[in-house]
Design a protein around this ligand. Structure first.
Ligand SMILES: [Zn+2]
Length: 507
């Protein structure tokens, strides 16, 4: 309001002689608005319908609502919706999405902070480091995966995780997640001992949950899995995994403990990366347990923000995925609540269930009619696997659809997206839980964004993904702006757009 009035007076010329004073006033206001620390939290692949499901799931699984929902109710919390389109598509992948925040430019899906003509963009993590802020990346995926990479790396291929892992060495102070092979001289194509290089650069290296919890102050690299960290639902139902794998909240706390002492503050990205993977798999229970793990991490961050009010917190997602929702079922929709409750019965992810189903070869001998012995054996196997995993009794029709998709690999669902094992399993289980899905891939939905703390007022209403970068730069006193490319200009680089085409899916 004050600014508006001041602008109005400037237009009328009344305050023209005082213009210098006004600029000083504005500069002072800007400084007051400048956070010392910035925490950017991402649930990867969270469709708009997931947040209400998480709130309801939190109430039945934990007996209390979610931290996210409570935060959204606070009057000082800012809300925005973001258009996350990439340079080439209304539907983005995670590397293009994170790069759009990290560089301010829309790029091709599958690339990291690089324009189609090969122009390297400077990511926000590098710029933050140059202002003496410490930089942290925490994720439940491999540390070199698309979303963390978008803040701290540059690459023509997001799949070059070995190259991306090496780039963090000169940018980050805290790196926590999965992906040990990308640091291993025995696996890396260049045979570089990246772990040794991180140690030489002053990083402590933690390779288990115990080592993470015992780590001293200072730079920290934590790798807790060869690939992504296992799903929370699989960790919580396995004592060995519970002991070995840190929760996202524990990694978050470890990162905050180290970064808090940074003299010039820090930039920290925290990703709940497996929300996306569960959505690709149409696996509602795995997805909601990942959301609760993210919510626990959010609670840890909010405790930090209370002690350090000079911290800007942004919570968002990079794109929708498969758009799950609870369908109304039964008379007056009276079956919806008990159906949703059945998600609590799940004891493992679809990923953990799949080996219980056996290989396609084991199904290939079953006949089309389902009456022969091979078909009966296959049907029993499916029935028992789903009963063990989810305490659900599939109907004969659901088991038959599963048997056919297991044998054929396709040709069971009219939806091309859902015509695969996880799509059919998602529909079969969805008949009992009420959860339906639109597909198995990313979607073009606007994403939700919440912001809290100094600078949060810059995030409001409808925004473009590229709006975030200049805001973050201003809040950190960074003048650098990256070049961008228009979609029209992209036509001049057909080879670049086609380079990653053979790989159909990026998570
Ligand atoms: Zn994905």
């Amino acid at each position: 309001m004050t600014l508006n009035r001041r602008n109005l007076l400037r237009w009328t010329g009344v305050l023209a002689p005082l213009a210098g004073g006004i600029e000083q006033l504005e500069a002072a206001e800007r400084r007051k608005d400048q956070p010392r620390n910035i925490i950017w939290m991402v649930t990867d692949g969270m469709s708009p319908g997931v947040l209400p499901l998480t709130e309801q799931f939190s109430r039945i699984a934990r007996g209390k609502g979610s931290v996210w929902y409570a935060l959204g109710q606070r009057p000082e919390t800012r809300h925005a919706l973001m258009d996350m389109s990439s340079l080439e598509s209304m539907v983005t992948d995670s590397s293009s999405a994170s790069s759009s925040w990290g560089s301010g430019s829309r790029i091709l899906n599958g690339w990291v902070n690089m324009l189609p003509d090969g122009t390297a963009l400077t990511p926000i993590g590098v710029l933050a480091r140059d202002t003496k802020k410490r930089v942290g990346l925490v994720t439940t995926t491999t540390v070199s995966h698309a979303t963390p990479a978008g803040f701290a790396a540059v690459s023509k291929r997001r799949d070059d995780e070995a190259g991306i892992a090496a780039q963090y060495l000169n940018v980050c102070d805290v790196v926590l997640g999965g992906g040990t092979p990308f640091f291993d001289p025995g696996v890396r194509a260049d045979h570089r001992d990246l772990l040794a290089d991180y140690r030489k650069a002053g990083f402590q290296v933690a390779l288990s949950r115990d080592e993470l919890l015992a780590a001293r102050d200072g730079r920290l690299l934590g790798l807790f899995s060869k690939s992504h960290l296992p799903y929370t639902i699989d960790v919580r139902n396995d004592k060995a995994l519970t002991a070995a794998i840190p929760a996202l909240a524990e990694m978050t706390q470890a990162a905050l403990d180290r970064l808090a002492s940074s003299p010039q503050g820090f930039l920290l990205q925290i990703e709940g990366g497996r929300v996306d993977h569960a959505a690709h798999n149409n696996d509602a229970a795995a997805l909601l347990w990942e959301m609760l793990a993210f919510d626990d991490a959010l609670a840890a961050v909010l405790r930090f923000c209370e002690k350090h009010p000079d911290t800007l917190l942004v919570i968002t997602t990079d794109h929708g995925n498969a758009n799950p929702g609870l369908n109304g079922t039964g008379t007056e929709y009276g079956d919806s609540n008990p159906s949703f409750q059945r998600l609590l019965q799940a004891r493992c992810s679809y990923t953990a269930l799949t080996p219980m189903l056996g290989s396609r070869a084991e199904y290939s001998m079953s006949g089309a009619g389902g009456e022969d012995t091979h078909s009966q054996v296959a049907a029993n196997r499916i029935r028992e696997a789903v009963r063990t995993a989810f305490s659900l009794d599939l109907s004969a029709a659901e088991i038959d659809a599963m048997r056919k998709i297991a044998a054929q690999g396709h040709g069971v669902s009219l939806s091309r997206q859902l015509d695969k094992i996880v799509g059919i399993l998602g529909q079969a289980v969805g008949n009992h839980t009420g959860i339906g899905w639109t597909g198995t891939s990313h979607t073009s939905d606007f994403t939700m964004l919440l912001a809290l703390g100094p600078g949060s007022g810059r995030f409001h209403g409808f925004m473009k993904n590229t709006d975030a970068f200049p805001i973050l730069c201003e809040l950190m006193d960074i003048r650098h702006r990256n070049p961008s490319m228009s979609p029209e200009r992209l036509k001049d680089f057909p080879k670049a757009a086609a380079a990653n085409r053979p790989q159909i899916h990026w998570a």
